[in-house]
Design a protein around this ligand. Structure first.
Ligand SMILES: *Cc1c(COP(=O)(O)O)cnc(C)c1O
Length: 433
């Protein structure tokens, strides 16, 4: 029997269902959503909320989109899923054709994964198998930069920030990786050539044991919403080439236009050896990700020395329903309206958010593409802040000291204004620290 009393559902939820990073004893309050359309979520309690989160970077074209709905309906009437071992289908082929039209030249060998974290695991496996194939199995460690986030599975966790991340809990079970300092220079600073030597040190000292460098390009997302200087990425590319280390870029949050470029690597004009995409791949309709590499890496990984095959194959690999929606979402990206949409959002965010940095409770304000961040001096009381935002008719979920938005690209000027006014109002309600 269906229980359609949403208040009872909330109660059941609180007792039985885990939410992301929450306690089963003292969970944060949860809101019951009835539906979502365009750039708005409708709560069962009646409120209509402008969405500032894109459901964690994913819903770039907004909710309940007619073209994406149609792609899902058409596919589900044919088949929802078949195994990918020994079978293929139009949705997977279409999706990868659309995807490789977007990726840099040569990045055209695609492993379809079921979530961002899994795509990072696969990227790491590729890099390890690559060096086994080349008969240098001692190259099996990873270098990353502090402040990163790459997912919640174990290999991905091993390259998340060792302080903010979950390392302290799982230290005993995680592989020890190498961590370079957080980039000192922001995206907007003038470059200082001495920054290069800090990075070079790690390569000089450890290159013989390094399989790959793993980084989020330009924007460190869940690890602190920091935006760093493109020259770090340029230097990493040069050092990887010079010292024979693979470069893995995690574009799961930054991919598909979010930073104002199609992929964040374009800010530094570099191409990785392996890249991960996820989140916005289906525009938030369902879970899907991909690990993309070039012919050289793909063929080396497939060498007889490492068994002749890439050793990964999830049950729901290449899920046709998810691929059909992703193919349509990527077709929309290929049509190119995102450029104007993201540029317009960026201008409006710059205009409405950057001046808030003058408030004493705000440590920093920064905007890149369709990402707007207020870093506060003090950590934010999430439950209290969300209550305020809901009264303002907006959905914004802060974490730590960060109050940030990354709205759907289709947001209107008035809707975006509603988000930034709510943020400004929250800031002005704070006492100077
Ligand atoms: C969200 C995210 C992941 C993990 O993706 P999931 O789909 O949650 O497993 C990995 N890397 C980055 C940069 C992310 O933002």
């Amino acid at each position: 029997m269906v229980n359609d009393d949403w208040q009872q559902q909330l109660q059941f939820d609180q007792q039985h269902i885990w939410h992301p990073y929450t306690s089963m004893i003292d969970p944060l309050p949860c809101y019951h959503v009835e539906s979502a359309a365009g750039c708005e979520l409708k709560l069962s309690s009646g409120e209509q909320l402008v969405d500032g989160m894109s459901s964690w970077w994913a819903a770039i074209h907004g909710y309940n989109h007619s073209r994406l709905n149609q792609a899902a309906h058409q596919q589900i009437d044919r088949m929802s899923h078949v195994m990918f071992g020994g079978l293929t289908h139009q949705p997977a082929v279409n999706m990868v054709q659309q995807l490789t039209q977007l990726t840099p030249a040569g990045m055209d060998r695609v492993f379809i994964a079921d979530s961002g974290s899994v795509s990072v695991e696969v990227a790491i496996k590729m890099s390890l198998q690559y060096w086994v194939s080349r008969q240098r199995p001692e190259k099996n460690q990873l270098l990353t930069i502090r402040g990163g986030y790459h997912g919640d599975t174990f290999a991905a966790m091993s390259v998340c920030d060792p302080v903010n991340g979950m390392h302290h809990l799982f230290k005993h079970a995680l592989r020890n990786q190498l961590f370079a300092e957080k980039p000192k220079l922001t995206f907007w600073d003038d470059w200082q050539p001495e920054q290069e030597s800090e990075l070079r040190h790690w390569f000089e000292r450890y290159h013989q044991q390094l399989a790959a460098v793993v980084v989020e390009p330009i924007v460190q997302g869940a690890g602190g919403m920091r935006m760093y200087h493109p020259n770090y990425l340029k230097q990493l590319r040069l050092l990887c080439d010079q010292y024979e280390v693979l470069l893995i870029v995690d574009e799961i949050a930054t991919g598909f236009g979010r930073t104002g470029k199609l992929f964040a690597c374009e800010h530094a004009d570099i191409t990785a050896d392996i890249m991960c995409v996820g989140k916005a791949l289906t525009s938030g309709y369902m879970t899907l990700a991909a690990t993309i590499t070039n012919q050289h890496v793909a063929e080396t990984v497939s060498h007889a020395n490492s068994g002749g095959a890439l050793m990964h194959g999830p049950t729901f690999m290449g899920n046709p329903l998810a691929c059909a929606v992703a193919a349509e979402s990527l077709t929309m990206i290929n049509e190119g309206h995102w450029r104007q949409q993201v540029a317009t959002i960026e201008q409006q965010l710059q205009h409405d958010l950057l001046s808030l940095a003058e408030h004493p409770a705000v440590k920093d304000a920064r905007v890149l593409g369709a990402i707007g961040v207020l870093e506060m001096e003090q950590s934010i009381d999430v439950a209290a802040a969300q209550k305020k935002f809901i009264a303002h008719g907006v959905w914004i979920r802060p974490f730590g000291r960060l109050l940030y938005i990354m709205p759907p690209y289709t947001i209107s000027v008035a809707q975006l204004k509603q988000l930034t006014l709510a943020m400004a109002d929250y800031v002005s309600s704070l006492k100077p620290s």
